[in-house]
Write a protein that binds this ligand. Sequence first.
Ligand SMILES: C[S@@+](CC[C@H](N)C(=O)[O-])C[C@H]1O[C@@H](n2cnc3c(N)ncnc32)[C@H](O)[C@@H]1O
Length: 373
Amino acid sequence: MTEKLHSKPFDEGTRLKLNIFRKCFREWLPVFIHNPKIDKIFVYDFFAGPGRDSEGTPGSPLILLEEARGADLQYCKTGKIKDVIFGFNDKNESETLKQNIAAYFNQCCQRNCKKKECLYEKKCHCANLDFKSLFASENLKKILANKSFAKFILLDQYGFSQVDEEVFRKLAGSPMTDFIFFIASSFVDRFKDHEYTRKYLNTEKIDFSSVKPVQRHGLIADYFASLVNKPEFYLHHFTIRKGSNHYGLIFGTNHTYGMEKFLKVCWEEDTFAGESNDNKWGDEQEGSLFFGIEPPKKIEAVKAELREMLLQGKIDNNINGLKTAMRKRCRPKVFVEVVRQLEKEKKIERIGETVNNRAERIHEIPEYKIRPL
Ligand SMILES: C[S@@+](CC[C@H](N)C(=O)[O-])C[C@H]1O[C@@H](n2cnc3c(N)ncnc32)[C@H](O)[C@@H]1O
């Protein structure tokens, strides 16, 4: 399988996945690099592959290193990189990976800073361990548990057996940890009754019977979300169609800002619903006869739900409303649009001096109360 993936050029679906990894890390790193409360930043790519495809296109580890330079090399220039530590692991590909990383640093120094050695190079470690044993190591457990360490974790597994319920729960329960993993959702569905699959995922709890193929990944994501019982855990997903199969990414974070960032990336990729490259909600696409007449279906559905909740007093403050929009996998500004519309219709009242229309950096937004009229 490794042979197949990297001995050919990456296909369109893989390029989309890598682009999401890239944009996600690009959004993530500045948040922590500028955070004085963070002592160190750990970036782990546990299924890193060899680093490039057959045409030399960068895979996830080199993408992370490219992004870590910052726009116009800003992090290299300011020396901000000193506290960023990379861990790249691949059970089968670590030798090629090491060579590709060494060549990358060499080339980057020649092209950019002209120094003999990149500051990142010393902070970049490669291993060839089996993921499950690496994940069980005491060192990793300590890093995951440390609240002063920010962690960005990529798990680009084959299939579905490596990120099982236990691994997922552990990651979701780790402070300052944002993670994103790949899962072959079509295969989970196809082999849902197989003993092998049930060893890793409780597929009895996922009802695939009445959904379209494009919806399977979302169901799997909902199932993972149901494993975590924490009010401040957020999860989003992105479905990738490749031929007749659907794969996907699942992202988890313990912070609203992490969720805001991931939603931003997904909504840039899929401007209709922020969750697939396969028109999951059946919107009229550009070029079709009725394109642009109706608003995107998912946004309308979520707006209708938020409206109802506001009218019934189930959402009684802006922070709750912004978070609810995100839990329904929309960008939080959708809530502001609904609340302003209801205010215009004189159906709700926003109360107090802190009333505002903000929808970004939710953790910094002043709270205000809302009541139905
Ligand atoms: C989908 S590929 C990763 C691709 C990579 N992220 C990229 O962008 O090129 C999955 C990788 O996982 C590695 N792998 C498979 N089983 C593993 C295990 N149990 N532990 C660690 N690595 C494993 C394979 O060698 C393969 O390179």
